[in-house]
Write a protein that binds this ligand. Structure first.
Ligand code: ADP
Length: 303
């Protein structure tokens, strides 16, 4: 009775063994095929995760990687589409107005000047756009590292405010500030200045005449300082807050285009803050103004 039993046992072993091998190799084959597809730019991988062993975990990691690559690819595509859209608009304005000029459509010297002014406005917009894009690419690629040194942040803020005084005065906006002059940030002075400039620029731009813009710099603890830029302008709807800082995000595309915005200012700010190991968040509601909070680690006094 031994031999038949052994035969059955061997057969069973064979069946189980084959299934085990198949279970192991199937995901591997699927991964190989998916990898080949990915090389051709098709990123969807849905490798079945059947087991809780190394192979299963590998399949899971593979799926996650494919997903991440697909998302990054989508992001790049979207970015490129946005950039070309943003560039196409001023270009078509410039083309249209210059063609009108060339065709002699401007009847008077005044009209001619008006067309030229529009062309000039659009070149300026493109200049800003290209500069901001380059800035953002540099910050994100970290090709130009921060030049960190102890920075007296209040002084930086004061200087920026001084340059905005005339613009604010023209709009009859009051610029108020409360600055703690003892705050030292270990940071890149030019980049920190850019943060303040972009935030102040927005606050003044999106606040109507007679409003107030307040800049506050204070110490929260030994190790942490906070910059607050608050305006009494129109603000943005609460449900739009999470999108602030996304590239090309504008609450009202038509309106902000007229106001000269590129939709990159806050993305740049966000990137700079994060390179300084800081955090940024926003509070607003429609018609209730905007408040931007930036928290940064500080150089401790005794150091
Ligand atoms: P932009 O160059 O268009 O101002 P930003 O990245 O600086 O680009 O801002 C993105 C969008 O967020 C703006 O288009 C505007 O709709 C909104 N926004 C930013 N700051 C304010 C503010 N202080 N008050 C109201 N809306 C704001």
């Amino acid at each position: 009775a031994f031999w038949p039993l052994a035969a059955i046992f061997a057969a069973a072993l064979l069946v189980v063994g084959r299934r085990m091998v198949r279970q192991m190799t199937e995901p591997l084959q699927a991964m190989e095929q998916a990898a080949e597809r990915m090389a051709e730019g098709r990123y969807e991988a849905d490798i079945p995760v059947r087991s809780d062993d190394e192979i299963g975990r590998l399949a899971e990691a593979f799926n996650q990687m494919a997903d991440a690559i697909a998302k990054e690819d989508e992001r790049k595509r979207e970015f490129l589409a946005n950039v070309s859209h943003e560039l196409r608009t001023p270009l078509s304005y410039m083309k249209g107005y210059s063609e009108a000029l060339l065709a002699g459509l401007a009847k008077t010297k005044e009209e001619e000047k008006a067309y030229l002014r529009l062309i000039h406005r659009e070149t300026e917009r493109m200049e800003r756009l290209v500069r901001d894009l380059l800035d953002l690419a540099r910050l994100e690629g970290q090709s130009v590292p921060l030049e960190r040194a102890p920075v007296a942040f209040a002084q930086v803020i004061e200087d920026v405010i001084a340059t905005y005084e005339p613009i604010a005065a023209q709009k009859r906006i009051e610029l108020a500030c409360e600055l703690d002059y003892d705050i030292i940030v270990n940071g890149d002075a030019d980049r920190l200045e850019q943060v303040v400039r972009n935030l102040l620029d927005n606050a003044i731009r999106y606040t109507p005449e007679g409003g107030v813009v307040t800049v506050r710099l204070s110490r929260l603890s030994e190790a942490e300082g906070e910059l607050v830029v608050q305006d009494t302008g129109k603000g943005i709807p609460k449900d739009q807050l999470p999108f602030l800082g996304q590239r090309f995000f504008r609450v009202d595309r038509a309106r902000t285009r007229k106001e000269g915005g590129t939709g990159l200012g806050l993305a740049i700010v966000k990137q700079i803050v994060s390179l300084h190991d800081g955090v940024i968040w926003f509070d607003s509601d429609l018609g209730r103004g905007m408040t931007v909070f930036v928290r940064l680690p500080l150089v401790r006094e005794e150091e």
